[in-house]
Design a protein around this ligand. Structure first.
Ligand SMILES: [Mg+2]
Length: 218
């Protein structure tokens, strides 16, 4: 049995800024590039998301949706430094760390889970360790599964501070219900193309790619 955890930091740039600057805490914050009025929101705090503000939105649109929004320029050095500290922590749990982006990485927690007791306890320990080292604003969602794809799907399911374990026996349940764009790398045009071929769910896509996989379809 393998346990793969995908650790995804929540609202990463905005959380870094809220941890570093007290005046930004518990407020709608959008992290952006200079000049602030001619760019996009790279990362919105959870308080800003409550107003419907999404990452990638034009700053002027975001400001219209939430006039109280505090737009701050990001600090790439701080984001990279915090990220390297987070990955340092992950490497203490397992030497098998695969970095996916500045705020996401897979960790093979199979061995350490035997020592700690369970994969859920291990994921909880990772969360606690990151908060203790970097501060309570560094929250993450962790998805656990036996494959990288399913661990990423699990991590997406609950934010912020989520922890979901999808066991192998639950794969059919999820795959039958998830649309194709739930998988990493499938979006927009690819989704439309697949849908036009009559492929709506991940289970249907699985059958197309590996017809002999024997995945039970409902
Ligand atoms: Mg993230």
């Amino acid at each position: 049995m393998r346990y793969i955890a995908l650790v995804d930091m929540n609202a990463y740039f905005a959380s870094c800024m809220q941890q570093a600057f007290r005046n930004l805490r518990c407020k709608p914050v959008g992290v952006s590039r200079k000049p602030l009025d001619k760019t996009i929101i790279a990362s919105a705090s959870y308080e800003a998301k409550e107003f419907g503000i999404k990452n990638g939105m034009a700053t002027w649109v975001a400001k219209e949706m939430c006039p109280k929004l505090i737009i701050v320029p990001g600090d790439p050095w701080m984001f990279a430094y915090s990220s390297s500290r987070i990955y340092g922590i992950l490497k203490e749990f397992s030497p098998l760390v695969e970095v996916f982006s500045i705020d996401e990485a897979w960790v093979d927690i199979t061995q350490v889970s035997q020592q700690i007791g369970s994969p859920v306890k291990t994921a909880y320990a990772i969360k606690q360790r990151i908060k203790k080292e970097l501060g309570p604003f560094y929250r993450c969602s962790i998805g656990i599964a036996s494959t990288k794809t399913m661990s990423k799907i699990a991590a997406e399911k609950k934010k912020p501070d989520g922890l979901i374990w999808i066991k192998d026996e639950e794969f059919p349940y999820w795959l039958n219900r998830l649309e194709v764009d739930a998988a990493c790398g499938i979006a927009g045009a690819t989704k439309e193309k697949l849908n036009s071929m009559g492929i709506k769910t991940l289970a249907e896509l699985g059958k197309l790619i590996c017809p002999g996989s024997g995945l039970p379809l409902e």
